[in-house]
Design a protein around this ligand. Sequence first.
Ligand code: 5GP
Length: 117
Amino acid sequence: MSSAEPTIFERIIAREIPADIVHETDTIIAFRDIAPQAPVHLLVVPKTSRYRDVAELAAGDPALLAEVVATAQLLATEHADGHFRLIFNTGANAGQTVFHVHAHVLAGGLTEGSLAH
Ligand code: 5GP
């Protein structure tokens, strides 16, 4: 559930802070990561702040999770060659810093075998 303090992504969704938005529907927004780790590094973010991470999203709304994956595929096709790496950092000890579920879509010139984000 959303906490009292809105996350940075809620503020981007509300247009309170700017972002380079590349895709938006009623349920999902996607924008460029401010600190890109690959030639194409996009964040695909469900607009709802109900789910903190992908495990909660999978349990609570699997159709919305499928929409996140389909959006990643669409954007990888639009912005690169259609191949992509999809990363969901889940929990602070795994590197999650924003507790509003989001997928990192990395594409374009990825190093083979690297799992680094
Ligand atoms: P996490 O570490 O939670 O998996 O991913 C959070 C991501 O959000 C990071 O890759 C970070 O660079 C990105 N990020 C943090 N603040 C902002 C911001 O204000 N704008 C954008 N576009 N990305 C941000």
